[in-house]
Design a protein around this ligand. Sequence first.
Ligand code: HDD
Length: 761
Amino acid sequence: TGDLASAMPFNANKPLEFGFDNALNPQPGAAVDPPSQLPTGSTLSEEITSDKVGGAAIQGLNATIEPLDRVRVDSAGRVLTTNQGVKVADNQHSLKAGLRGPVLMEDFILREKVTSFDHERIPERVVHARGSGAHGFFEAYEPLTEFTKAAPFQQAGKVTPVFVRFSTVAGERGSKDTARDVRGFAVKFYTDEGNWDLVGNNMPVFFIQDAIKFPDLVHAVKPEQHHAMPQAASAHDTFWDFVSLMPESTHMLMWQMSDRAIPRSYRMMQGFGVHTFRLVNEQGDSVFCKFHWTPVLGTHSLVWDEAVKISGADPDFHRRDLWEAIESGEFPEWELGLQIFTEEQAAGFSFDVLDATKLVPEELVPIKPVGRMVLNRNPDNFFAETEQVAFCTAHIIPGLDFTNDPLLAGRNHSYVDTQITRLGGPNFHEIPINAPVAQVHNNQRDGLHRQAVHRGRVAYEPNSLAGGCPFQAGAVQGFMSLAKRQDADERSDKVRGAPEKFADHYTQATLFFESQTPVEQAHIAAAFRFELSKLTVPAIRERVLSSLVNASPALAAKVAAGLGMDVPAPMPRALEAPQTPEVAVSPALSLKARPGDGSVRTRKVAILVANGVHGESLSAVQEALLAQGAVGRLVGPRIGAFTTSSGDAIQADASMENEPGFLFDGLVLPDGEASVEALASYGHTGEFIKDQYRHGKTILAFGASQALLAEAKVQELLPTGERDPGIVLADASDGEQAAQRFIQALALHRHPERETDPPAV
Ligand code: HDD
């Protein structure tokens, strides 16, 4: 059937209806075993770079990829048709009664095309509308059978295909990537036992404790009701009005005002399942569990001034970064870690593990690495895959279970419900990107857009006419909810309320702030100052500060000073005497705790050029960067050809106008009297260098170009009087050695030691 199937790209199963092969066996799309071995002789980079278990799934070889081939359409070499498959002779003109006459109603080709166009848009996600996705795989390091029977964790090297979608929360579908916001980190595991969605964020806690407050939270942070402003921003009255009246949000506000809210890249942020979940093993024993994703490249962020500027020059900054990394074979990778603890342990904690505004400090329960996730394929079609993918916290598999976290309970309802509006009916699980790799058999029927063609006359259970099929799996194979009456008091009445420890709103906010480095603390203070300075109602500012005093008097004082205010009296606490926390400072909560592999892979460096540039120092740096997997781009006053001092032709593929300085991780200023003179005469050059310096980037200046630094008021010395480790000065003759020094400094990501508030440059 191969040829026939490829001749019929819309429906590879079509030939089967004509009796070819075994017509009872559907084509792949139902059940495909994930590849467990690399094809012999494979030399793809994934195999080479991985020191982990098997390096099993390589680019494009992924159990979700083949089933999607069923619906992939490639029009190469094909004739244009209508949706009915009728070939279209003329796609340029409507059907008219005479060349200058009216268009005829009869023109079904025109009407079909325009009708389809008219209905192209679907509702965007009510939150997390802006996002980017990718395919990949999860690979387990070792069997976790002691704790769980969940399919992905049963053998070392076990590979489970995944689709991941990263997102911002507040902005609309077309909004900027670098907004100050929480990032969504949603992973769909297509396991042998059905789909499991781990729908998390890049922060381990949340604003609210109970799902009943979620619509209020979202209404407050979204653009204001009357004039639909501001877009993708929390710096406005309604957001701060709400959170200042909900002190339980204080811990999350600390995270949201921290550098975590402006990641350098989706590839450089952590992910968290947030809630406490349960693992359940074969014997039905259960433990509590928190999920952590840690990026191999380390956790890195932008600075605010940079994020603001990037959002103008490249609103797709994170989307582009993810896409380009995967296209170039630099597959992003995360390690999955679990915090596993028993119910008895949890009962003794000073905080409640059912409260999503609390985290479990790593110093209390260490993270156990259990596997890795690699994203190795971009979607073919944004709408079909990234837009239509539908996650839900209630999508779990045998071996996992929920806890009584009241936020999670509401989520378990909300996600499926919202897809019914967004994706137009109850059959969204049949959209190819959502379809499990495991087979689906049940008696659910009909509804809008039903794809499956169910055979036979039976759609009920029990039945005898279909031999009892599909039959119940039973407790051994099937999903069984944990029977234990979880956490509830046997005799409790119905109640609207929260357990006592939920009322401690400040202890962990303090923990987070106290665990940050001085630079991170300064950024948090600046973020609060910025956001609150945008408010138009002074009473809200005052209320936020009165709550903040309870978390950190020092922070509140700093923010108040920045706003020209006095520190108000502390807000009364819901719980006057919270329990003493187990952990007072958790260094693991600082971004510095996860610097990554120390490489400069995929970092982007601007090399400023003009006519007369010294070619040798330029190429020494470019080659050294390439050897380390970084990208050195020639940036000129315009794009196109330039001539070096020795008469060689070079090509700039970016200009200071189309790729401003803040889009790069580092800057190289090659030597060359004439080129330096030319660059000095452009206003853009000074801005380019200033932004690089102000944002803490590494700068290498050869010979004559050091004059450009002086002009931009870039200092070689830090405010402390020491040498700035991010400024490398060298002679053009010293290209290779200078390049190595530059790369070492670039690997530090940034040089915040030079920061002053307000900025000196
Ligand atoms: Fe949610 C989307 C993460 C609380 C209701 N949420 C959504 C997405 C992520 C999260 C990553 C985007 C998924 C995608 O890429 O398609 N949400 C979280 C986290 C939460 C959280 C980590 C707290 C721990 N969410 C939360 C609550 C509710 C919702 C309490 C409702 C009661 N979330 C939704 C939703 C969305 C959604 C309305 C919008 C689009 C969608 O589900 O598919 O159902």
